[in-house]
Design a protein around this ligand. Structure first.
Ligand SMILES: *[C@@H]1O[C@H](CO)[C@@H](O)[C@H](O)[C@H]1NC(C)=O
Ligand SMILES: *[C@@H]1O[C@H](CO)[C@@H](O)[C@H](O)[C@H]1NC(C)=O
Ligand SMILES: *[C@@H]1O[C@H](CO)[C@@H](O)[C@H](O)[C@H]1NC(C)=O
Ligand SMILES: *[C@@H]1O[C@H](CO)[C@@H](O)[C@H](O)[C@H]1NC(C)=O
Ligand SMILES: *[C@@H]1O[C@H](CO)[C@@H](O)[C@H](O)[C@H]1NC(C)=O
Ligand SMILES: *[C@@H]1O[C@H](CO)[C@@H](O)[C@H](O)[C@H]1NC(C)=O
Ligand SMILES: CC(=O)N[C@H]1CO[C@H](CO)[C@@H](O)[C@@H]1O
Length: 651
């Protein structure tokens, strides 16, 4: 039996539910459509077709590398790429459609087509995917009456507008129009979350109004998830372990309008990483029994002509910037910026041993010589260690202030991601523990008159009680970091209401000894543009509040150097916790607890030919005692863990 990764992959366990649904019958037109299916086979131009797929999400990959990653997918033997689309990146502000760069989904699909790959589109609107709020834009949280993932008018209205615009961009790329899009998924593993068939039917209708291709659902392979997630008139499929999933499909999907060939829509090639001193990097490397099971499962699927598969992930890529999601059990657990996933194509787009092993197995089931040769791995570069100098305090970069008696949430301040600073000037004397709203959302650094008093973090199983002593005129500052909104809930999780509670910053009152503090100055720090970080060095008067550091490196190789040769993993050896930008591009977060100890720096943002590359680092807990701040580019990745010095007893 394959090991299930229950807690963080978007799939789940047992529990049964009743119900049967009335069914419109499946309509298959007579003149062999480009792509359809009967009870046992997908049919591509009328011929039985086995989907050998792998997941790769364009918005997690630098666009200049799309073709390389797609070529490598084809060269592993895949014939189809499954892609999530992240609504929050396409519509960062309600009504503003941003479909260029990494959001140019149509361009990714066109390249896939050129590289002889088909596409299975997974547009959500909810996609889970270890992404902030499962791909929902944060502004949804500010719409009155909003109930996401439900048959709720404000939600369906916003979802409709998103799906219409997305369909507008990619309409011509459907297989019915000669493009690569074979199928479109309805919602995402909805059965793990709910069983409101009115909601999923409304989404089905919306997708049918916008797409001409086959629709399908994808759920965990047990009765209750299949019952909750399957939709009349829509092909029902499963994910996870293929053997048990397929027999569940055959057993529990009894409505003919939902029956068809078998597809394991997410076969896990391993798992994402989460921050934590005791969380080791997840990988199958060095675990032959795991790889053996992968191959057994792949053989099991591919030897059955009724069955298809998609590897989740073929290539994970990166949760650049602040884009990662999180989970809530009885504390927050946060996905790393790296979304390596232990996948066959690693985070930097290099093929791995696992890639070769998958390729060998796939070879057995496809026409001899039909798989292209594998492109060689280009070595990554090293960058010798270089200095980072203090340039500016984070608190010297504050924008316009919002003042209110009681705190507003990050969303209430019109902010989606990053940090928010809450300042209160004491007017009376008070002593006691700080309660930052109903709970920490998520990591709260507490300062009194500029001195760090402690860290309250919802990741901690046993958070610290941070005690403060305020007298009239003392300044209390709470710097609240949004570590990523929860992206996955199971119906069985007692905390599932967190999907309706994405709020960050301070929610409720800040209290000390139960007394609410009144009078707040609030400063959003979304850090979308670090060009305002001064290009000078300074001598900090104190190291207790967060500092921006700057440094530069240059690469003497000619400007014409192949981009992949400029790939590296950037590490900040003395760093405690913070964020890194190179030439203005936000690589993501670092945190010494690990397991991620370096950030993927794609060659696409590096300038060669001796030009200056500018590095900006926000260190949240600067110190002189950790040694000088430096950065270094590693050509081989290191993973590792360290204890959390902010709270040794919190875990
Ligand atoms: C589905 O179509 C294929 C190809 O025409 C055929 O071989 C197969 O028997 C069909 N299955 C059913 C259940 O009709
Ligand atoms: C394919 O798998 C399904 C589900 O497990 C099974 O019912 C069917 O008999 C298999 N077909 C072959 C040819 O093995
Ligand atoms: C919840 O917390 C307890 C310790 O207080 C721990 O034993 C348990 O495993 C936690 N549950 C989850 C789902 O993390
Ligand atoms: C914090 O205070 C609460 C209430 O006084 C107490 O139950 C808890 O154990 C304290 N936590 C720690 C880590 O000391
Ligand atoms: C905050 O405190 C004030 C004063 O005690 C109270 O009126 C208000 O309801 C509180 N707000 C919340 C969200 O608890
Ligand atoms: C910033 O300063 C460095 C020298 O410390 C210089 O090489 C670089 O060009 C400057 N960048 C800008 C944008 O002025
Ligand atoms: C499949 C797998 O190995 N999952 C592990 C990934 O990492 C987390 C955190 O260390 C573990 O809890 C999982 O078991």
């Amino acid at each position: 039996m394959r090991v299930y990764f229950i807690q963080t992959a978007c799939l789940l366990l047992e529990l049964s539910s009743s119900s049967a649904v009335a069914s419109p019958s499946l309509t298959i037109s007579a003149a062999a459509p480009a792509f359809t299916y009967n009870r046992t086979n997908f049919l591509l131009h009328g011929e039985p077709h086995q989907i050998i797929g792998g997941q790769m999400d364009p918005q997690r990959i630098p666009p200049a590398y799309w073709r390389d990653r797609l070529q490598k997918a084809r060269a592993m033997g895949l014939n189809t790429v499954f892609s999530y689309v992240f609504w929050n990146m396409l519509e960062p502000i309600q009504g503003t459609w941003s479909n260029t760069g990494e959001n140019d989904i149509a361009a990714f699909f066109r390249i896939a087509h050129e590289e002889n790959l088909n596409i299975v589109l997974r547009p959500g609107p909810y996609i889970c995917g270890e992404r902030d709020w499962g791909g929902f834009p944060a502004w949804l949280a500010t719409i009155p009456g909003m109930v996401v993932r439900s048959n709720n008018e404000p939600f369906l209205k916003a979802a409709k507008s998103y799906l219409e615009r997305l369909a507008g961009d990619i309409h011509a790329l459907q297989i019915t129009r000669g493009g690569p899009i074979l199928m479109v998924q309805v919602e995402n593993e909805y059965g793990s979350f709910g069983n409101d068939h009115d909601y999923t039917s409304a989404l089905r209708d919306m997708l049918q109004a916008n797409f001409e291709t086959v629709l399908y659902t994808n759920d965990g392979g047990v009765e209750w998830t299949l019952e909750g997630g399957s939709v009349p008139g829509v092909l029902a499929e499963v994910d996870g372990d293929p053997s048990s999933g397929f027999s569940s499909l055959r057993k529990y999907i009894t409505d003919p309008s939902q029956q068809g060939p078998l597809l394991d829509g997410e076969y896990y090639t391993w798992a994402p990483d989460q921050w934590g001193s005791y969380n080791l990097h997840n990988a199958s490397e060095g675990r032959p029994e795991v790889v053996e099971q992968f191959m057994k499962d792949l053989d099991y699927v591919l030897s059955n002509e009724s069955a298809s598969i998609s590897l989740y992930m073929f290539h994970g890529g990166t949760n650049f910037g602040f884009s990662n999601g999180a989970l809530w059990q009885n504390r927050t657990t946060v996905f790393t910026s790296s979304y390596d996933y232990g996948s066959p194509l690693d985070e930097s787009g290099r093929t791995t041993n696992l890639y070769s092993t998958f390729r060998d197995t796939i070879q057995k089931y496809v026409q001899q010589g039909s798989i292209p040769d594998v492109p060689l791995n280009v070595p990554r570069m090293k960058i010798p260690e270089f200095g980072l100098m203090p340039a500016m305090g984070l608190f010297d970069l504050l924008g316009p202030v919002t003042t209110a008696t009681f705190p507003l949430t990050m969303e209430g301040l019109g902010q989606a991601y990053g940090f928010t600073l809450y300042e209160h000037m004491a007017i009376t004397s008070v002593d006691g523990f700080v309660q930052p709203g109903d709970r920490a959302r998520d990591r709260v650094l507490v300062y009194v008159d500029g001195a760090l008093k402690g860290v309250i973090d919802s990741q901690y199983q046993r958070p610290l009680n941070v005690s403060v002593h305020l007298t009239p005129g003392t300044k209390l500052q709470l710097l609240v970091e949004n570590l990523g909104r929860v992206d996955y809930y199971s119906r069985e999780n007692p905390y599932r209401n967190y999907v309706q509670d994405p709020y960050k910053g301070i929610f409720g009152n800040v209290t000390i000894n139960g007394v609410a503090l009144e009078g707040w100055d609030m400063y959003p720090l979304p850090l979308v543009d670090v060009s305002k970080v001064k290009n000078t060095t300074m001598t900090p008067s104190s190291y207790s509040t967060p500092l921006f550091y700057r440094g530069t490196f240059s690469i003497s190789r000619p400007a014409s150097t192949q981009l992949a040769e400029l790939d590296t993993f950037l590490a900040i050896p003395a760093g405690v916790k913070g964020n890194v930008w190179v030439n203005g591009f936000h690589l993501g977060r670092y945190w010494r607890v690990g397991p991620q100890q370096s950030l993927y720096l794609p060659g696409t943002v590096v300038k060669a030919g001796g030009q200056v590359n500018e590095v900006v680092v926000l260190e949240l807990e600067p110190s002189k005692t950790h040694g000088p701040m430096t950065a270094v580019g590693l050509n081989e990745r290191m993973w590792g863990n360290e204890l959390d010095q902010d709270c040794l007893q919190c875990v």
